[in-house]
Write a protein that binds this ligand. Sequence first.
Ligand code: FAD
Ligand code: UDP
Length: 392
Amino acid sequence: DSPLPDLVVVGSGFFGLTIAERCANELDLKVLVLERRHHVGGNAYSEREPETGIEVHKYGAHLFHTSNERVWEYVNRFTDFTNYQHRVFGKYDGQVYSLPLNLSLINVFFGKSHTPDEARALIAEQASEFRTEDASNLEEKAISLIGRPLYEAFIKGYTAKQWQTDPTELSPDIITRLPVRYNFDNRYFNDKYEGLPVDGYTAWLERMADSPNIEVRLETDFFDVRDEFQGKVPIVYTGPVDEYFGNSEGRLSWRTVDLEAEVVDVDDFQGCSVMNYNDQGVPYTRIHEFKHFHPERTYLPGKSVIVHEYSRFAEETDEPYYPINTAEDREKLLRYRDLAKKEPMTLFGGRLGTYKYLDMHMAIGSALSMYDNKLKPHFTEGAPLTSGGVDE
Ligand code: FAD
Ligand code: UDP
Protein backbone atom coordinates (compact mmCIF):
# COMPACT_ATOMS: atom_id res chain seq x y z
CA ASP A 1 0.00 0.00 0.00
CA SER A 2 1.31 3.46 -0.91
CA PRO A 3 1.39 5.93 1.99
CA LEU A 4 -1.51 8.38 2.18
CA PRO A 5 -0.91 11.84 0.71
CA ASP A 6 -1.37 14.94 2.89
CA LEU A 7 -4.16 16.22 0.63
CA VAL A 8 -6.33 14.80 -2.14
CA VAL A 9 -7.59 17.14 -4.86
CA VAL A 10 -10.40 15.83 -7.05
CA GLY A 11 -10.25 17.44 -10.50
CA SER A 12 -7.30 19.03 -12.33
CA GLY A 13 -9.00 22.17 -13.70
CA PHE A 14 -7.72 25.62 -12.75
CA PHE A 15 -9.32 25.41 -9.32
CA GLY A 16 -7.83 22.02 -8.43
CA LEU A 17 -4.39 22.80 -9.87
CA THR A 18 -4.16 26.13 -8.01
CA ILE A 19 -4.92 24.37 -4.72
CA ALA A 20 -2.45 21.58 -5.51
CA GLU A 21 0.30 23.98 -6.59
CA ARG A 22 0.02 26.21 -3.50
CA CYS A 23 -0.12 23.33 -1.00
CA ALA A 24 2.76 21.46 -2.70
CA ASN A 25 5.07 24.42 -3.24
CA GLU A 26 4.34 26.73 -0.31
CA LEU A 27 3.48 24.21 2.40
CA ASP A 28 5.61 21.33 1.10
CA LEU A 29 2.68 18.91 1.30
CA LYS A 30 2.31 15.71 -0.69
CA VAL A 31 -0.70 16.26 -2.93
CA LEU A 32 -2.51 13.61 -4.94
CA VAL A 33 -4.65 14.95 -7.81
CA LEU A 34 -7.32 12.59 -9.14
CA GLU A 35 -8.61 13.32 -12.64
CA ARG A 36 -11.12 11.23 -14.49
CA ARG A 37 -10.24 12.47 -17.97
CA HIS A 38 -7.11 11.37 -19.82
CA HIS A 39 -5.52 14.83 -19.43
CA VAL A 40 -5.05 17.61 -16.87
CA GLY A 41 -6.57 21.07 -17.15
CA GLY A 42 -10.33 20.60 -17.00
CA ASN A 43 -12.20 22.63 -19.58
CA ALA A 44 -9.27 24.92 -20.36
CA TYR A 45 -7.35 22.04 -21.96
CA SER A 46 -6.22 22.50 -25.55
CA GLU A 47 -4.36 20.41 -28.10
CA ARG A 48 -2.93 20.83 -31.58
CA GLU A 49 -5.09 19.63 -34.45
CA PRO A 50 -2.77 16.99 -35.99
CA GLU A 51 -3.01 17.93 -39.68
CA THR A 52 -2.52 21.69 -39.30
CA GLY A 53 -0.83 22.06 -35.91
CA ILE A 54 -3.40 24.71 -34.97
CA GLU A 55 -4.12 24.87 -31.22
CA VAL A 56 -7.78 24.03 -30.57
CA HIS A 57 -9.44 24.55 -27.19
CA LYS A 58 -11.21 21.21 -26.85
CA TYR A 59 -14.00 22.35 -24.57
CA GLY A 60 -14.79 25.68 -26.21
CA ALA A 61 -12.74 28.83 -26.82
CA HIS A 62 -11.05 30.14 -23.65
CA LEU A 63 -10.03 33.79 -23.42
CA PHE A 64 -8.02 34.82 -20.40
CA HIS A 65 -8.81 38.21 -18.88
CA THR A 66 -8.71 39.64 -15.36
CA SER A 67 -8.50 42.86 -13.38
CA ASN A 68 -7.38 41.03 -10.26
CA GLU A 69 -3.74 41.98 -9.54
CA ARG A 70 -3.07 38.96 -7.38
CA VAL A 71 -4.42 36.53 -9.98
CA TRP A 72 -2.44 38.25 -12.74
CA GLU A 73 0.79 38.03 -10.76
CA TYR A 74 0.07 34.37 -9.92
CA VAL A 75 -0.70 33.21 -13.47
CA ASN A 76 2.42 34.94 -14.80
CA ARG A 77 4.51 32.55 -12.72
CA PHE A 78 3.52 29.76 -15.13
CA THR A 79 3.17 31.38 -18.52
CA ASP A 80 3.76 34.49 -20.58
CA PHE A 81 0.75 35.99 -22.33
CA THR A 82 0.35 37.31 -25.86
CA ASN A 83 -1.26 40.71 -26.41
CA TYR A 84 -4.38 39.13 -27.98
CA GLN A 85 -7.52 41.22 -27.50
CA HIS A 86 -10.82 39.47 -28.05
CA ARG A 87 -13.27 40.91 -30.58
CA VAL A 88 -16.45 39.24 -31.74
CA PHE A 89 -18.51 39.81 -34.87
CA GLY A 90 -22.09 38.77 -35.41
CA LYS A 91 -24.19 37.96 -38.47
CA TYR A 92 -27.83 38.89 -38.54
CA ASP A 93 -30.18 38.94 -41.52
CA GLY A 94 -27.43 38.93 -44.11
CA GLN A 95 -25.31 41.67 -42.54
CA VAL A 96 -22.13 41.46 -40.42
CA TYR A 97 -21.92 43.63 -37.30
CA SER A 98 -19.20 44.40 -34.81
CA LEU A 99 -20.16 43.20 -31.32
CA PRO A 100 -20.64 43.93 -28.46
CA LEU A 101 -23.34 46.58 -28.87
CA ASN A 102 -21.39 49.71 -29.82
CA LEU A 103 -21.72 52.78 -31.97
CA SER A 104 -20.69 50.91 -35.12
CA LEU A 105 -23.40 48.27 -34.64
CA ILE A 106 -26.07 50.85 -33.80
CA ASN A 107 -25.24 52.99 -36.85
CA VAL A 108 -25.07 50.06 -39.28
CA PHE A 109 -28.28 48.54 -37.88
CA PHE A 110 -30.29 51.77 -38.16
CA GLY A 111 -28.50 52.97 -41.33
CA LYS A 112 -27.42 56.21 -39.63
CA SER A 113 -24.25 58.05 -38.71
CA HIS A 114 -25.22 59.09 -35.19
CA THR A 115 -22.85 60.77 -32.78
CA PRO A 116 -22.51 59.18 -29.32
CA ASP A 117 -25.12 61.56 -27.86
CA GLU A 118 -27.57 60.98 -30.68
CA ALA A 119 -27.24 57.21 -30.36
CA ARG A 120 -27.67 57.45 -26.59
CA ALA A 121 -30.85 59.45 -27.01
CA LEU A 122 -32.23 57.00 -29.58
CA ILE A 123 -31.57 53.95 -27.41
CA ALA A 124 -32.88 55.70 -24.28
CA GLU A 125 -36.17 56.26 -26.07
CA GLN A 126 -36.35 52.68 -27.34
CA ALA A 127 -35.43 51.30 -23.92
CA SER A 128 -38.03 53.27 -21.96
CA GLU A 129 -40.42 50.26 -21.79
CA PHE A 130 -38.65 48.86 -18.69
CA ARG A 131 -36.39 50.26 -15.98
CA THR A 132 -33.18 48.25 -15.50
CA GLU A 133 -33.63 48.25 -11.70
CA ASP A 134 -37.08 46.67 -12.06
CA ALA A 135 -36.15 44.06 -14.65
CA SER A 136 -37.06 40.63 -13.32
CA ASN A 137 -35.90 38.50 -16.24
CA LEU A 138 -33.41 38.49 -19.11
CA GLU A 139 -35.83 39.93 -21.68
CA GLU A 140 -36.82 42.89 -19.53
CA LYS A 141 -33.24 43.57 -18.58
CA ALA A 142 -32.00 43.48 -22.17
CA ILE A 143 -34.82 45.73 -23.41
CA SER A 144 -34.17 48.16 -20.57
CA LEU A 145 -30.53 48.41 -21.70
CA ILE A 146 -30.77 48.42 -25.49
CA GLY A 147 -34.43 48.74 -26.51
CA ARG A 148 -36.66 46.28 -28.29
CA PRO A 149 -35.35 46.47 -31.93
CA LEU A 150 -31.74 45.66 -30.96
CA TYR A 151 -32.94 43.07 -28.43
CA GLU A 152 -34.97 41.26 -31.07
CA ALA A 153 -32.11 41.26 -33.58
CA PHE A 154 -29.09 40.43 -31.42
CA ILE A 155 -30.27 38.88 -28.17
CA LYS A 156 -33.58 37.12 -28.59
CA GLY A 157 -32.64 34.55 -31.25
CA TYR A 158 -29.13 33.94 -29.93
CA THR A 159 -30.35 33.49 -26.37
CA ALA A 160 -33.15 31.16 -27.51
CA LYS A 161 -30.52 28.99 -29.23
CA GLN A 162 -28.08 29.18 -26.33
CA TRP A 163 -30.59 28.41 -23.57
CA GLN A 164 -33.65 26.90 -25.30
CA THR A 165 -35.66 28.63 -22.64
CA ASP A 166 -37.97 31.59 -23.03
CA PRO A 167 -35.91 34.74 -22.21
CA THR A 168 -38.69 35.82 -19.83
CA GLU A 169 -37.82 32.76 -17.69
CA LEU A 170 -34.07 33.34 -17.64
CA SER A 171 -32.22 35.24 -14.94
CA PRO A 172 -31.31 38.86 -15.78
CA ASP A 173 -27.79 38.04 -14.50
CA ILE A 174 -26.94 36.11 -17.67
CA ILE A 175 -26.42 39.30 -19.63
CA THR A 176 -25.02 41.42 -16.84
CA ARG A 177 -21.66 41.30 -18.54
CA LEU A 178 -22.98 42.29 -21.98
CA PRO A 179 -21.55 45.79 -22.38
CA VAL A 180 -23.27 48.59 -24.36
CA ARG A 181 -20.90 51.30 -25.58
CA TYR A 182 -21.62 54.62 -27.23
CA ASN A 183 -18.25 54.69 -28.98
CA PHE A 184 -16.39 52.50 -31.45
CA ASP A 185 -14.59 50.44 -28.82
CA ASN A 186 -15.36 46.84 -29.78
CA ARG A 187 -13.18 44.96 -27.29
CA TYR A 188 -15.20 42.14 -25.83
CA PHE A 189 -13.74 42.40 -22.32
CA ASN A 190 -13.23 45.44 -20.11
CA ASP A 191 -10.54 43.93 -17.90
CA LYS A 192 -7.16 45.48 -17.21
CA TYR A 193 -5.21 42.40 -18.31
CA GLU A 194 -5.94 40.19 -21.26
CA GLY A 195 -4.01 37.70 -23.39
CA LEU A 196 -3.52 34.09 -24.36
CA PRO A 197 -0.79 31.79 -23.04
CA VAL A 198 2.13 32.08 -25.46
CA ASP A 199 2.79 28.35 -25.71
CA GLY A 200 -0.80 27.22 -25.17
CA TYR A 201 -3.10 26.34 -22.30
CA THR A 202 -1.83 22.81 -21.82
CA ALA A 203 1.78 23.92 -21.31
CA TRP A 204 0.55 26.43 -18.68
CA LEU A 205 -1.62 23.85 -16.90
CA GLU A 206 1.13 21.21 -16.95
CA ARG A 207 3.61 23.67 -15.41
CA MET A 208 1.22 24.23 -12.52
CA ALA A 209 1.23 20.50 -11.82
CA ASP A 210 4.99 20.14 -12.28
CA SER A 211 6.26 19.63 -8.73
CA PRO A 212 7.91 16.65 -7.02
CA ASN A 213 5.21 17.00 -4.36
CA ILE A 214 2.32 16.58 -6.82
CA GLU A 215 1.19 13.25 -8.19
CA VAL A 216 -1.53 13.37 -10.85
CA ARG A 217 -3.52 10.18 -11.43
CA LEU A 218 -5.33 10.45 -14.76
CA GLU A 219 -8.35 8.37 -15.82
CA THR A 220 -9.19 7.90 -12.15
CA ASP A 221 -12.69 8.61 -10.94
CA PHE A 222 -12.82 9.72 -7.33
CA PHE A 223 -15.97 7.66 -6.79
CA ASP A 224 -14.06 4.45 -7.57
CA VAL A 225 -11.35 5.14 -4.96
CA ARG A 226 -13.07 7.32 -2.35
CA ASP A 227 -12.88 4.63 0.39
CA GLU A 228 -9.06 4.84 0.32
CA PHE A 229 -9.12 8.52 1.29
CA GLN A 230 -12.40 9.66 2.73
CA GLY A 231 -12.21 10.46 6.43
CA LYS A 232 -8.44 9.81 6.36
CA VAL A 233 -7.03 12.87 4.59
CA PRO A 234 -8.41 16.30 3.71
CA ILE A 235 -10.10 16.41 0.31
CA VAL A 236 -10.73 19.35 -2.01
CA TYR A 237 -13.50 18.25 -4.37
CA THR A 238 -14.05 20.17 -7.63
CA GLY A 239 -16.46 17.76 -9.36
CA PRO A 240 -20.25 18.26 -9.55
CA VAL A 241 -21.67 18.80 -6.07
CA ASP A 242 -24.88 16.83 -6.77
CA GLU A 243 -22.90 13.81 -7.93
CA TYR A 244 -20.86 13.84 -4.72
CA PHE A 245 -24.03 13.30 -2.71
CA GLY A 246 -25.43 10.67 -5.10
CA ASN A 247 -27.96 13.23 -6.45
CA SER A 248 -29.89 12.84 -3.20
CA GLU A 249 -31.52 16.28 -3.57
CA GLY A 250 -32.12 15.87 -7.30
CA ARG A 251 -29.88 16.65 -10.24
CA LEU A 252 -28.87 20.26 -10.90
CA SER A 253 -29.56 21.32 -14.49
CA TRP A 254 -26.78 22.30 -16.88
CA ARG A 255 -26.36 23.22 -20.49
CA THR A 256 -23.73 21.54 -22.59
CA VAL A 257 -22.28 22.48 -25.95
CA ASP A 258 -21.50 20.30 -28.96
CA LEU A 259 -18.32 21.40 -30.72
CA GLU A 260 -17.83 20.16 -34.27
CA ALA A 261 -14.30 20.73 -35.52
CA GLU A 262 -13.27 20.50 -39.17
CA VAL A 263 -10.22 21.34 -41.26
CA VAL A 264 -11.13 23.58 -44.18
CA ASP A 265 -9.03 24.20 -47.29
CA VAL A 266 -8.80 27.98 -47.06
CA ASP A 267 -6.22 30.25 -45.50
CA ASP A 268 -8.82 32.33 -43.76
CA PHE A 269 -12.41 31.16 -43.37
CA GLN A 270 -14.04 34.15 -41.67
CA GLY A 271 -11.38 36.77 -40.93
CA CYS A 272 -11.85 36.71 -37.13
CA SER A 273 -11.70 34.24 -34.26
CA VAL A 274 -15.41 34.23 -33.34
CA MET A 275 -18.46 34.94 -35.49
CA ASN A 276 -21.80 34.80 -33.70
CA TYR A 277 -24.88 33.76 -35.67
CA ASN A 278 -27.70 35.84 -34.27
CA ASP A 279 -30.51 34.59 -36.50
CA GLN A 280 -32.67 32.07 -34.70
CA GLY A 281 -33.01 29.96 -37.85
CA VAL A 282 -29.27 29.14 -38.02
CA PRO A 283 -28.84 26.06 -35.80
CA TYR A 284 -25.38 26.88 -34.35
CA THR A 285 -24.65 29.81 -32.05
CA ARG A 286 -21.17 30.64 -33.33
CA ILE A 287 -18.16 29.55 -35.37
CA HIS A 288 -14.64 29.68 -33.93
CA GLU A 289 -11.62 29.87 -36.21
CA PHE A 290 -8.70 28.98 -34.01
CA LYS A 291 -5.72 30.33 -35.96
CA HIS A 292 -6.95 33.88 -35.27
CA PHE A 293 -6.34 33.46 -31.54
CA HIS A 294 -2.59 33.35 -32.27
CA PRO A 295 -1.85 35.60 -35.26
CA GLU A 296 1.80 35.65 -34.11
CA ARG A 297 2.26 31.96 -34.98
CA THR A 298 3.28 30.64 -38.39
CA TYR A 299 0.79 28.35 -40.09
CA LEU A 300 0.67 26.06 -43.10
CA PRO A 301 -0.89 27.99 -45.96
CA GLY A 302 -4.26 26.97 -47.38
CA LYS A 303 -5.67 25.33 -44.23
CA SER A 304 -7.68 26.42 -41.25
CA VAL A 305 -9.60 24.77 -38.38
CA ILE A 306 -13.14 25.90 -37.68
CA VAL A 307 -15.49 24.75 -34.95
CA HIS A 308 -19.26 25.07 -35.05
CA GLU A 309 -20.79 25.43 -31.57
CA TYR A 310 -24.28 24.14 -30.76
CA SER A 311 -25.89 24.46 -27.35
CA ARG A 312 -28.36 22.07 -25.68
CA PHE A 313 -29.63 20.74 -22.36
CA ALA A 314 -27.07 18.40 -20.72
CA GLU A 315 -28.16 14.78 -20.24
CA GLU A 316 -26.58 12.61 -17.56
CA THR A 317 -23.63 11.50 -19.73
CA ASP A 318 -22.86 14.97 -21.18
CA GLU A 319 -20.22 17.40 -19.94
CA PRO A 320 -21.92 20.00 -17.73
CA TYR A 321 -20.91 23.48 -19.00
CA TYR A 322 -23.27 26.29 -18.01
CA PRO A 323 -25.39 26.15 -14.83
CA ILE A 324 -29.01 26.88 -15.84
CA ASN A 325 -29.84 28.08 -12.34
CA THR A 326 -33.65 27.94 -12.31
CA ALA A 327 -35.50 28.64 -9.04
CA GLU A 328 -35.72 24.88 -8.53
CA ASP A 329 -31.95 24.52 -9.03
CA ARG A 330 -31.31 27.22 -6.44
CA GLU A 331 -33.42 25.37 -3.87
CA LYS A 332 -31.58 22.13 -4.52
CA LEU A 333 -28.27 23.96 -4.27
CA LEU A 334 -29.13 25.31 -0.80
CA ARG A 335 -29.78 21.76 0.38
CA TYR A 336 -26.49 20.56 -1.12
CA ARG A 337 -24.68 23.42 0.61
CA ASP A 338 -26.08 22.27 3.95
CA LEU A 339 -24.89 18.73 3.26
CA ALA A 340 -21.48 20.01 2.17
CA LYS A 341 -21.02 21.97 5.41
CA LYS A 342 -21.50 18.76 7.38
CA GLU A 343 -19.04 16.76 5.29
CA PRO A 344 -15.95 16.25 7.44
CA MET A 345 -12.48 17.14 6.11
CA THR A 346 -13.87 18.00 2.69
CA LEU A 347 -14.00 21.35 0.90
CA PHE A 348 -15.99 21.98 -2.27
CA GLY A 349 -14.77 24.40 -4.92
CA GLY A 350 -14.66 25.38 -8.56
CA ARG A 351 -17.32 25.70 -11.19
CA LEU A 352 -18.87 22.26 -10.69
CA GLY A 353 -18.42 22.08 -6.93
CA THR A 354 -20.19 25.40 -6.39
CA TYR A 355 -22.61 25.27 -9.38
CA LYS A 356 -21.47 28.72 -10.46
CA TYR A 357 -20.34 30.02 -13.80
CA LEU A 358 -16.75 30.99 -13.03
CA ASP A 359 -14.35 32.46 -15.53
CA MET A 360 -10.80 31.12 -15.27
CA HIS A 361 -9.52 34.11 -13.29
CA MET A 362 -12.45 33.69 -10.89
CA ALA A 363 -11.76 29.97 -10.42
CA ILE A 364 -8.08 30.76 -9.72
CA GLY A 365 -8.94 33.69 -7.40
CA SER A 366 -11.42 31.60 -5.47
CA ALA A 367 -8.89 28.76 -5.10
CA LEU A 368 -6.27 31.22 -3.77
CA SER A 369 -8.85 32.40 -1.19
CA MET A 370 -9.65 28.85 -0.14
CA TYR A 371 -5.94 28.23 0.24
CA ASP A 372 -5.46 31.37 2.39
CA ASN A 373 -8.60 31.03 4.49
CA LYS A 374 -8.96 27.28 4.95
CA LEU A 375 -6.08 25.10 3.88
CA LYS A 376 -3.09 27.11 5.07
CA PRO A 377 -4.62 27.72 8.54
CA HIS A 378 -5.49 24.03 8.74
CA PHE A 379 -2.06 22.71 7.81
CA THR A 380 0.00 25.32 9.66
CA GLU A 381 -2.11 25.91 12.78
CA GLY A 382 -4.41 22.89 12.95
CA ALA A 383 -7.56 24.94 12.28
CA PRO A 384 -10.54 22.65 11.61
CA LEU A 385 -11.55 22.06 7.98
CA THR A 386 -15.16 21.23 8.71
CA SER A 387 -16.63 24.67 8.14
CA GLY A 388 -16.06 24.64 4.40
CA GLY A 389 -19.23 25.13 2.40
CA VAL A 390 -19.80 24.92 -1.37
CA ASP A 391 -20.03 28.66 -1.48
CA GLU A 392 -16.36 29.26 -0.91
P1 FAD B 1 -13.10 22.37 -14.59
O1 FAD B 1 -12.17 23.01 -15.55
O2 FAD B 1 -14.41 21.88 -15.09
O3 FAD B 1 -12.32 21.14 -13.94
C1 FAD B 1 -12.94 20.15 -13.17
C2 FAD B 1 -12.20 18.85 -13.37
O4 FAD B 1 -12.69 17.89 -12.42
C3 FAD B 1 -12.43 18.25 -14.75
O5 FAD B 1 -11.19 18.00 -15.37
C4 FAD B 1 -13.19 16.95 -14.46
O6 FAD B 1 -12.87 15.91 -15.35
C5 FAD B 1 -12.72 16.62 -13.05
N1 FAD B 1 -13.65 15.77 -12.30
C6 FAD B 1 -14.97 15.97 -12.07
N2 FAD B 1 -15.49 14.96 -11.33
C7 FAD B 1 -14.47 14.11 -11.07
C8 FAD B 1 -14.38 12.88 -10.36
N3 FAD B 1 -15.45 12.29 -9.78
N4 FAD B 1 -13.17 12.28 -10.28
C9 FAD B 1 -12.07 12.82 -10.88
N5 FAD B 1 -12.10 13.98 -11.57
C10 FAD B 1 -13.30 14.62 -11.67
N6 FAD B 1 -13.37 31.17 -18.70
C11 FAD B 1 -12.72 32.29 -19.06
O7 FAD B 1 -12.07 32.92 -18.22
N7 FAD B 1 -12.72 32.72 -20.36
C12 FAD B 1 -13.39 32.07 -21.34
O8 FAD B 1 -13.39 32.49 -22.50
C13 FAD B 1 -14.11 30.89 -20.98
N8 FAD B 1 -14.79 30.20 -21.91
C14 FAD B 1 -15.49 29.10 -21.53
C15 FAD B 1 -16.19 28.40 -22.51
C16 FAD B 1 -16.91 27.25 -22.17
C17 FAD B 1 -17.68 26.51 -23.24
C18 FAD B 1 -16.92 26.81 -20.83
C19 FAD B 1 -17.70 25.59 -20.42
C20 FAD B 1 -16.21 27.50 -19.86
C21 FAD B 1 -15.49 28.64 -20.21
N9 FAD B 1 -14.75 29.35 -19.25
C22 FAD B 1 -14.07 30.47 -19.62
C23 FAD B 1 -14.72 28.92 -17.84
C24 FAD B 1 -13.56 27.98 -17.49
O9 FAD B 1 -13.68 26.80 -18.23
C25 FAD B 1 -13.64 27.72 -15.98
O10 FAD B 1 -13.36 28.89 -15.28
C26 FAD B 1 -12.68 26.68 -15.50
O11 FAD B 1 -12.87 25.51 -16.23
C27 FAD B 1 -12.97 26.42 -14.04
O12 FAD B 1 -12.09 25.49 -13.56
P2 FAD B 1 -12.54 24.38 -12.52
O13 FAD B 1 -11.29 23.77 -12.03
O14 FAD B 1 -13.50 24.91 -11.53
O15 FAD B 1 -13.42 23.32 -13.37
N1 UDP C 1 -25.76 37.04 -25.98
C1 UDP C 1 -26.64 37.34 -27.01
N2 UDP C 1 -26.17 37.66 -28.24
C2 UDP C 1 -24.85 37.68 -28.53
C3 UDP C 1 -23.94 37.40 -27.49
C4 UDP C 1 -24.42 37.07 -26.23
O1 UDP C 1 -27.84 37.29 -26.79
O2 UDP C 1 -24.48 37.96 -29.69
C5 UDP C 1 -26.32 36.72 -24.64
C6 UDP C 1 -26.69 35.23 -24.52
O3 UDP C 1 -27.84 35.12 -23.68
C7 UDP C 1 -25.47 34.63 -23.83
C8 UDP C 1 -25.02 35.78 -22.91
O4 UDP C 1 -25.34 36.97 -23.64
O5 UDP C 1 -25.80 33.47 -23.11
C9 UDP C 1 -23.53 35.75 -22.56
O6 UDP C 1 -22.78 35.79 -23.74
P1 UDP C 1 -21.20 35.55 -23.77
O7 UDP C 1 -20.76 35.58 -25.21
O8 UDP C 1 -20.56 36.47 -22.82
O9 UDP C 1 -21.12 34.10 -23.14
P2 UDP C 1 -20.21 32.81 -23.31
O10 UDP C 1 -21.11 31.82 -23.98
O11 UDP C 1 -19.03 33.16 -24.18
O12 UDP C 1 -19.87 32.43 -21.93
